[in-house]
Design a protein around this ligand. Structure first.
Ligand SMILES: Nc1ncnc2c1ncn2[C@@H]1O[C@H](COP(=O)(O)OP(=O)(O)OP(=O)(O)O)[C@@H](O)[C@H]1O
Length: 490
């Protein structure tokens, strides 16, 4: 464990680091974060003996690092500094070899077999073998960075002090190098203490982070420290948002660039509607914030084009998303900006309702088929393999919703659909009990994000009530059309 206690130090007229205390555990990846000039590099210089400390101690497993001579220190700690004062025309291999210097024996300091093997291995994994005979000074910034990392790794240190290790690296090399460091951390109990500017990279790789501000650590903790928006605004002077990484339990940060005020778009007038026997589609001039379980474009997205495709009632395909994406492409709609759904219902029978309720413009489009009506509350021992026969609901509203607000809007739309199914006496074909849905229903909530931001869109709000009313009306009408169509075609 590295323990820093009461450490103060800096430059002649500028005592940058003041009374700093922190512990970095053995085998931990600790990220030192903070704005420009907060003292990160100065702290590293104090720890690595480049600058003398005015006060305090830095110990590794209880032994003072500050009093160690540089040879002994190099056997424990490797430093990847930002500035390199390599001015001689060394080759890449010679630079990497410097990392073994403290381990070489005898007056002539020759490389052992082990040293050579280790250098080969490290040059391979840092992807610098191809430059081995090139002069270091002729390399690009990113190539130099990887060579210096190789030099640090051949020291086989217990502790790596890294000042901006991914500086100059492209994303492929950034992730390769960090994955490599993470592997060494886990396999070799390597302790990594790294200055990082990219907070998202820090959130992905660090076990703990410390936020340095004006020479003092203001926060130390897990990467969830980065979710403290107020603290980040105070320290960096930037408004941040966090969202969860899609597959890792780690936050990712989003920043808002300065935005010019945009002309508001009229929800009920701005869209284009096209409807034929293959598809009903709506396009908006600017993206709407959406939450949906559409076959394509699912999740929370920004979407301009909404398409509900008709498929044969016997449609059965292993890759529905690929199908829907190819149909979107055939309509020349960009897949990344589109939601695509499918239904066996005639899309010419879609019900479109639009209204301004309590000052909120709402547009609802519903296609309804009830061949696979299901009572979700009925106890089942197996899930029926249903064919497409579905209620697809698209709700567009001129509101500004948080992600929680989008979820509230989904609840409001679903509650209204269930009521419509109930009032239209739709039943589960197997159980005979009132149906709550069909087995493959889809829902889109799309908000213009104009006006005041709100997390509320449930039954206690005008927007929730508006969605409820409109979805109920549109679903009831679509169910009646479906009923009449079935009667006419039976
Ligand atoms: N050699 C020096 N002599 C005097 N002052 C210095 C020297 N190096 C840095 N400073 C000052 O010390 C303060 C901390 O600098 P430091 O380099 O430690 O910040 P940092 O957090 O690493 O910044 P950055 O993110 O920009 O790399 C700054 O105000 C800087 O101007």
């Amino acid at each position: 464990m590295i323990e820093i206690k009461g450490l103060s130090g800096g430059y002649e007229k500028l005592p940058v680091i003041q009374q700093l205390n922190v512990k970095v555990n053995t085998g931990e990846f600790f990220g030192l974060l903070g704005p420009n000039g907060s003292g990160k590099t100065t702290l590293f210089k104090l720890m690595s003996g480049v600058l003398p400390a005015k006060e305090g101690t830095v110990t590794l497993h209880g032994k003072s690092l500050l009093n160690m001579n540089s040879f002994t220190r190099a056997r424990h700690i490797a430093v990847l500094a930002q500035e390199t004062n390599i001015s001689f025309d060394f080759t890449v291999e010679e630079i990497v070899q410097l990392g073994r210097y403290a381990f070489q024996k005898g007056i002539f300091k020759t490389l052992s077999k082990y040293d050579k093997q280790l250098m080969e291995e490290v040059m391979e994994i840092t992807d610098v073998v191809k430059y081995r005979h090139k002069p270091f000074l002729n390399l690009s910034g990113g190539e130099k960075q990887r060579v210096l990392l190789a030099k640090a790794l051949v020291q086989e240190p217990e502790v790596l002090l890294l000042d901006e290790p991914t500086n100059h690296l492209d994303i492929k090399h950034t992730f390769e190098i960090l994955d490599l460091l993470k592997r060494w951390q886990e396999e070799r109990q390597l302790t990594i203490f790294a200055i990082l500017h990219d907070l998202n990279i820090a959130a992905l790789y660090c076990d703990r982070v410390g936020l340095l501000h004006q020479g003092a650590l203001e926060e130390v903790g897990t990467v969830d420290v980065l979710r403290k928006r107020k603290k980040l605004a105070e320290i960096y002077g930037v408004e941040t948002w966090t969202q969860p990484h899609p597959t890792l339990a780690r936050p990712q940060l989003l920043m808002n660039p300065h935005k010019k005020k945009e002309q508001p778009v009229s929800l009920l007038e701005a869209y284009q509607l096209k409807q034929n026997e293959e598809v009903i589609r709506l396009s908006f001039p600017k993206p709407l914030r959406t939450i949906s379980n559409g076959v394509a474009g699912e999740g929370i997205q920004w979407i301009k084009h909404f398409a509900n495709f008709h498929v044969d009632k016997n449609y059965d395909c292993e890759t529905p998303q690929l199908d829907v994406e190819s149909w979107l492409q055939a309509l020349e709609l960009p897949v990344e900006q589109s939601i695509g759904m499918m239904t066996a219902v005639k899309v010419e029978n879609a019900v479109i309702k639009k209204e301004v309720l309590n000052g909120i413009a709402i547009l609802v489009v519903v296609t309804a088929g009830t061949g696979n009506a299901v009572d979700i509350t009925h106890r089942e021992t197996e899930i029926r393999n249903e064919k497409i026969g579905t209620i697809n609901t698209l709700v567009f509203a001129d509101v500004h919703l948080t992600d929680g607000g989008l979820v509230n809007a989904c609840m409001s739309a679903t509650e209204a659909k269930v009521k419509a199914l109930h009032d239209n006496e739709i039943t589960d074909g197997l159980s005979g009990t009132p149906a709550t849905s069909t087995s493959t229903d889809s829902l889109v909530i799309a908000a213009t994000q104009q006006g005041e931001r709100t997390p509320y869109a449930g039954s206690g709000t005008f927007i929730g009530r508006g969605i409820g009313y409109m979805v109920y009306e549109a679903t009831s009408e679509a169910l009646q059309i479906d009923k009449r169509w079935k009667e006419a075609h039976s």
